[in-house]
Design a protein around this ligand. Structure first.
Ligand code: MG
Length: 245
């Protein structure tokens, strides 16, 4: 008899908890009012985006603080190989980035595994690789090809166009968070669309991207600059915009 009462009590508690959960799931949120944002056609920036390139590189500088040496026209700019990478003067944390890039058409400088090599580094240390992965003879390890999170995640598929054609990345980046004692509170995440196709689905980073597969997080500021890598190839960029999240 006592056993039956205990079982009934547990059953009742479970039922009650489930009911509460169901109620919470049905909660209608009238408090949050998502801001109205006007989307634009042709990958142009939506109304709340910060434009990072529109004909001049005034929002960027070389990583040593010097003025940009790269040639820029109204519509695009090009990496001058053998010069330093560039980064934004402004800092960012969680964000959505749109960037268009194209690798050189007839690049053949004899440097193996360096074709169209560049990269978008969030917080100057978490890289989404830019590379010529259309040409099979220009092979690189898969977690180093275009769209990889360098040395950590290969892209789900290869969406690369022929060299000389413009490509796009739409990237959602979640910045890592750190506790006061410097240890990791939550890791960084990437979701990446390459030419509109999902290639990285909320992947969790093991640390900064380097030539090593596993690196450890080191506490850094909540916001840091965005960096475009100069890696010996004359990759071009255009239409770069970012949304703070
Ligand atoms: Mg790179």
């Amino acid at each position: 008899m006592k056993k039956t009462i205990i079982i009934s009590l547990i059953f009742f508690l479970c039922l009650n908890t489930f009911g509460q959960e169901k109620k919470q799931n049905n909660f209608a949120d009238w408090e949050i009012k998502p801001a109205l944002v006007v989307a634009a056609k042709n990958s142009k920036a939506p109304s709340d985006a910060i434009i990072l390139f529109s004909g001049h590189l005034s929002q960027w500088e070389h990583i040593d603080g010097s003025k940009i040496e790269w040639p820029a026209s109204k519509k695009r700019f090009k990496i001058l190989p053998e010069t330093k990478s560039i980064h934004t003067k402004k800092s960012f944390g969680d964000c959505q980035l749109h960037v268009e890039w194209r690798v050189p058409k007839n690049e053949d400088h004899g440097k193996k595994m360096n074709y169209g090599n560049s990269g978008i580094y969030f917080m100057e240390q978490y890289e989404v690789q830019v590379y010529d992965s259309y040409n099979n003879h220009r092979k690189i390890y898969s977690n180093g090809q275009a769209g990889s999170i360098y040395k950590q995640y290969s892209p789900l598929v290869n969406v690369c166009k022929k060299p000389g054609k413009w490509e796009s990345y739409d990237i959602v980046f979640t910045a890592p968070q750190f506790k006061d004692d410097g240890t990791l509170k939550s890791p960084a995440y990437f979701t990446v669309f390459h030419n509109g196709v999902l290639i990285q689905n909320h992947v969790e980073l093991t640390g900064p991207t380097t030539h090593l597969k596993y690196t450890e997080y080191k506490k850094h500021p909540e916001k840091m600059p965005l960096l475009i890598q100069s890696h010996g190839s004359a990759v071009e960029y255009r239409n770069i915009w970012i949304r703070d999240l």
